[in-house]
Design a protein around this ligand. Sequence first.
Ligand code: ADP
Ligand code: X15
Length: 407
Amino acid sequence: MNIPTLDDLNFSNSKVLVRIDINSPVDSKTGKLLDDSRIKAHVETIRELVSRGNGVVLVSHQGRPGDNDFTDLEEHSRLLQKHLDMEVEFVGDVMGPYARERIRNMKLGSVLLLDNVRFVSEELIEASPLQHSRSFLVRRLQPLFQGYVNDAFATAHRSQASLVGFPLVLRSSAGRVMEKEVSALAKVFNEGEEPKVFIMGGGKVLDSLRIIENLVKRRLADRILTGGLIAELFAVAKGLDLGKDNLQVLEKAGVLSLVPRARKLLLSGAPVEIPVDFKVEKGGQVYEEPANKVTAVIKDVGSTTVGIYSSFIRDAKIIVMRGPMGVIEDERFRESSRTLLKNSLESPGYLIVGGGHMISLLGGIGPLDSSKVHVSTGGGALLLFLAGERLPALEALDISAREVLKK
Ligand SMILES: Nc1ncnc2c1ncn2[C@@H]1O[C@H](COP(=O)(O)OP(=O)(O)O)[C@@H](O)[C@H]1O
Ligand SMILES: O=C(OP(=O)(O)O)[C@H](O)COP(=O)(O)O
C-alpha cells in the first residue's frame, strides 16, 4: 500500500479536515471523561498543520448511539485546548448550516472541533469508500476544504463516511499518529519472536471474536488469554454454567448468538484460555468464585486467573494487550487489569498495549521504556492490523493516492 504522509502533501495556508479519534472512556455516573490520552496523541499532527498556516477542522466520534459514553465533544474541546495551548472553537454541529458557516468564516491558523460525527446517521453505516464519497456528510463538507488528513488509527477498521468517503474527493494523507502506528507496529510485530501472547478483554465481543478467528487462522498467537465479556462468551461456549444474571448480560449485549462461533474455535484447538475464577458482585458485596460455581454478576477475573495468566506473560517474547479484564470504571474491578499490565511491563518480552480503556490504566504507572513497549491508540484496529486484515481507512488513503493525487 502507498499511504501518503504529511511530508508528501505539505498542506499549507489551506483549510484541512482532520479525522481524529478522541473517543475516550466516560464515567457513567458523572458523564466526565476518565482519560485524555487519545486527545493528547493528536496534538503533534494539529500543531504541525497549524504551524504551516492551515485552518484545521477536527472531526471525531465518541461512543455509539444508545451507550452511556455517547456524548457530545464539548469537554473534549476544552481538554484539547489545554493540551494544544491555543484556542479550539467547539462547534455544536457536524454538517448543518451553522457548522458550514463557522468553517467558511474561520481564520487560517485556527482550530475548530465539530461535534460527534456519529450524531449523523450516515456515519453509522459500514459502506464502501465510493458509496460514502456520495454521502451528504461528504458532499456538504468537501467543498469547504482543500485537503483531508486521517489521523484516526483507532477507528481505521471501520468503513464509515468520515474515514473512507473524503479520500476519494480530496487530496488526502495520513496524520502523524496514523503514520507512526502503522510503521512501528509492522516493524515490531513482523520482526518479533515467539511465543506471542495476546491478552484480550473489554466489551466489544464481536470485534474480539473476529480478531481471535483471524489470529487462529493465520497462526499468529501462541496463547490468547481472555477476560471481560469475551471470556464469558468462551466460558459459555465451553459449557460452563455462569448463571441467569450473566447470561442476561451477554444477551443484552446481543452476543449470545456468537456462542456457536466461539465453540467452533475451541473445538478446532484454538489456544484460547478462559479464566478459572471471577470477581463477582452481589448486593454491593464483592467476592471471588471459581468459574464453574458462579452465583453472581461477573465484574472481573479472579486472582488465581491473574496468577496463571502472569506465568504465561513471563515466558512471552511479544505480549499484546487490548481491552480490560473487568469493569475498570469501578476501582474495585481495576486490579486484575492493572496487575497484568504491570507484570507485562516487568516481563522480558516486548509489550504492545492498546485501546482507550487499557491505555487509561497506564496513567499511574510512570515513565515507559520505548524500547520495551509500544502504546497504541488503537484497540480493535491494532489487533486487526496485527492479524493482517486490511483496514478500510488505510485502503481509502491508498485509493486516494492512486486516483486523486495522480490527477
Ligand atoms: N465482565 C464485564 N462485564 C461487563 N463489562 C465489562 C466486563 N469487563 C470489561 N467490561 C467493559 O468493557 C469496556 C471496555 O471495553 P472496550 O471498549 O472493548 O475496550 P477498549 O476501549 O480498551 O478497547 C469497559 O467499559 C468495561 O466496563
Ligand atoms: O475505541 C475505539 O475502539 P477500541 O475500543 O477497539 O479501542 C475506537 O474509537 C472505535 O470505536 P468503535 O468501536 O465504536 O467504532
